[in-house]
Ligand binder design. Structure first.
Ligand SMILES: [Mg+2]
Length: 166
């Protein structure tokens, strides 16, 4: 895998949206997922977000996490995937996607490695390579990243950066 693509609502968040009377929104992210993206980058993975929604929250979070490429208001996620792959010049087989709902299926069925969060729709969960133990917005993305890095053999080296040297 060279590219990790993420959905936002229900994957990087727990899916809940807090709406205030003036239309403002609050979403809950998990700091461990955020650091997971740091680890993914250290392992040489490019990162991207494809979301059907449009929100400044996503803009802020993506910038904070240094996500390489973002597509918001992507109602046709397969189309957004094609744009994303073209941007990085990476074939679909070398891309991973983490999703949670039916809108993600057109992407999940095209990438080389597909993952769903524990809280994903059952129709999604039965069609992916990997289902995380943790739910969306609660460390699922971190779990998938550690799974990918472990499978690629880069996890011991990444982990070693944080262990005291003998
Ligand atoms: Mg979602």
């Amino acid at each position: 895998m060279r590219l990790l693509i993420l959905d936002v609502d229900g994957v990087l968040t727990d899916g809940r949206i807090v709406l205030s009377s003036d239309g403002g929104q609050i979403k809950f992210f998990d700091v461990r997922d955020g650091f997971g993206l740091v680890l993914a980058r250290q392992a040489g993975l490019k990162t991207a977000i494809i979301t059907a929604e449009r929100s400044r929250i996503v803009t802020f979070r993506a910038r904070r996490l240094k996500v390489d490429w973002v597509a918001q208001f992507a109602r046709d996620k397969a189309k957004a995937l094609r744009r994303c792959l073209a941007h990085f010049r990476i074939p679909a087989e070398e891309a991973a996607f983490v999703g949670d709902d039916l809108l993600d299926l057109p992407v999940l069925t095209r990438v080389g490695f597909s993952a769903a969060v524990a809280s994903a729709d059952p129709e999604v969960k039965r069609r992916v390579h990997y289902v995380s133990r943790l739910p969306g917005g609660r460390g699922a993305v971190r779990e998938v990243i550690e799974f990918i890095l472990t499978a690629q053999g880069s996890w011991p080296k990444i982990l070693g950066r944080y262990l005291p040297h003998a």
